[in-house]
Write a protein that binds this ligand. Sequence first.
Ligand SMILES: [Zn+2]
Length: 185
Amino acid sequence: MTLIKKKTWGRTVYQCSCCGRTYDEAPLTFGSDRPDYYHSVPPDERPQRISLAESLCVVDEQHFFHCGRLTIPIIDHHQNLIFNVWTSISEDNFRKRNQLWNNPERVNEGPYFGWMQTTVPTYGNTINIKAVATENEVGLIPSIQVIEEEHPLAIDQQNGIIFEKALQIAGSILANEHPREDGSK
Ligand SMILES: [Zn+2]
């Protein structure tokens, strides 16, 4: 599956190869709204055991997670491929981040080590690979850099990718979300 760049009435659109839906801009931002570990807790126990905020999550008051932005540069396009992902974070660093939440000086802290807690589609296994989170200015989530050696995600983050590859990744993610004609997903 991919997104096909084509011209319609003189304007560029992107067409999903699974269903023909078209987009004026290539959808290049994806993500998860909770860490993978969340799903290991049975649904009926989640209200007691999990605290979940927009970009923070704590399980059993001993497993700490935060959400950041993983950017894969696209070399030949004006936008990048972006995944909002979760990583673990130590309790000490979690508390530090919260204390400095609204402090502009927080950009001088970190980076904070963690283990990836989000599957990034088309990159094989990305759960529990090494990553670091770098604090951004107040109001923005941290930047996530994968540091797992030789991992394809780390390599693409370092080197960047071409737009055609980004369209393939986006197309395969969208194909999973789009309903098929037979009603299955
Ligand atoms: Zn589609």
